[in-house]
Design a protein around this ligand. Structure first.
Ligand code: 9MR
Length: 400
């Protein structure tokens, strides 16, 4: 079915006229057969009206994820007492905007309430606590979520299990137990395992595939694996190796999605690092487009103003496609390009999506950062002044 939709989208794309009206990120994603292009968000920033306006721009975002407000410390701050106020604000926003909601996350070793981390638990009492938490949270959001990240970051970098409170007390069976509780509470939502650094393949990806098999072999529902996609510019694997890793998961019978993508840059940024970041975003999204069973792509918020990166990676930032003043960066065009849209972005604010126009004719002048040459390139080869067409590789030259 996904294959058929991709084929139809590809045929439709090939017969579209050269000049197409403004295309946003979600519109480009849908045209390529993905379910959505989305962004994380968080409650405090929703009071920033220009921020909220762009988050609600469904040309760019067909999906949102609460970055914090569905985590255990927020939803069950006291044992047995649930609070959904913050999560509901974001669920209601998605509903009002007609956006999908990715729900995040039920079990994680971080952002746990102190009653849980400082409690004394046996195998049986912790299983009961875990099941009660998942049952209550999933039941509350039943019908609202397209996906639940059921278990988050259960692995060390070498693919062994992380020693969190659940693993230490219950052993690896805490994972199928969590998926079973979620499936029982909402049989219709897709259930995901979610982690970072799976994109490189290797031991950690092997560990994640083992988790998929562990749950499947227990006869329990698992539908997808989330590739968080937190990177430093220049460290993103090439597109074909990304596709191979994604396919190593879809071959098991699960879907995949990029769930938290950002590409941090050592500050201050330069034209070179911003161009690298654009290429990285392009390869990431294109690897999803080229993988049957990759359903969507989510960035971990859309503006550098609200990125988690600078607070954790000292000296790094600028990780998202819009800067802290909501100006689109080259990464925005990279994302469009990765989804088959060649554009010149003249927009300077988030609300001016209509100033982004596709220019697939060869007569237009290519703007700063745009592609201007490469094998198979049919667009403009003339850069707007003062930029010149700079060779990157046989497939890609850029106006720099
Ligand atoms: O974006 C979240 C940030 O606001 C929190 O302070 C942080 C706490 O660890 O969690 C961030 O989101 C994380 C996500 O839930 C799981 N993957 C890594 C994300 C970045 O830390």
């Amino acid at each position: 079915m996904v294959q058929l939709f991709s084929l139809i989208a590809a045929i439709a794309a090939s017969v579209l006229p050269n000049t197409v009206a403004a295309v946003g990120l979600d519109e480009a994603a849908l045209a390529k057969g993905l379910l959505y292009f989305g962004s994380a968000t968080d409650n405090p920033e929703l009071t920033d009206v220009p921020y909220l306006t762009q988050l609600s721009n469904i040309a760019d975002f067909g999906q949102i994820t609460p970055g914090n407000s569905q985590k255990w410390d927020t939803t069950e701050p006291t044992q047995g007492t649930f609070s959904f106020t913050k999560g509901d604000v974001i669920a209601d926003l998605a509903d009002a905007n007609g956006q999908y909601l990715r729900c995040h996350t039920l079990l994680w070793h971080q952002q746990l309430p102190s009653w849980l981390t400082s409690g004394t638990w046996t195998n049986a009492t912790l299983i009961a606590v875990l099941q009660n938490h998942i049952t209550n949270v999933v039941t509350h959001y039943k019908g609202s979520c397209i996906h639940w990240d059921v278990v988050n970051e259960a692995l060390n970098e070498d693919g062994t299990y992380r020693t969190n409170i659940f693993y230490e007390t219950i052993g690896e069976s805490y994972i199928p137990i969590a998926f079973a509780a979620a499936a029982a509470a909402d049989p219709d939502v897709k259930l995901y395992y979610n982690d970072y650094n799976l994109e490189y393949g290797g031991n950690k990806a092997a560990g994640a595939r083992a988790i998929v098999q562990l749950v499947m072999n227990a006869g329990i529902q698992i539908d997808g694996v989330g590739f968080q996609g937190h990177f430093e510019a220049g460290t993103v694997p090439g597109k074909s190796s990304l596709v191979s890793v994604l396919q190593s998961f879809t071959a098991l019978g699960v879907e995949v999605a990029y769930t938290e993508v950002d590409v941090r840059i050592q500050l201050p940024t330069s034209a070179t690092t911003l161009a690298q970041q654009s290429t990285d975003f392009q390869n990431l999204v294109q690897s999803c487009v080229e993988t049957i069973g990759c359903v969507g792509f989510t960035i971990w918020d859309w503006t550098d103003k609200y990125s988690w990166v600078p607070s954790v990676f000292s000296g790094y930032g600028a990780a998202l496609p819009w800067d802290e003043n909501f100006v689109k960066k080259p990464a925005y065009d990279g994302l469009l390009k990765g989804m088959g849209v060649t554009s010149t972005t003249t927009a300077t604010t988030s609300t001016s999506a209509t100033t982004t126009s596709t220019t697939t004719t060869s007569t237009a002048t290519a703007a700063h950062w745009s592609q201007c040459s490469g094998n198979g390139w049919t667009g403009s080869t003339v850069c707007a002044s003062p930029w010149s067409c700079t060779y990157q590789n046989d497939w890609y030259s850029q106006c720099l």
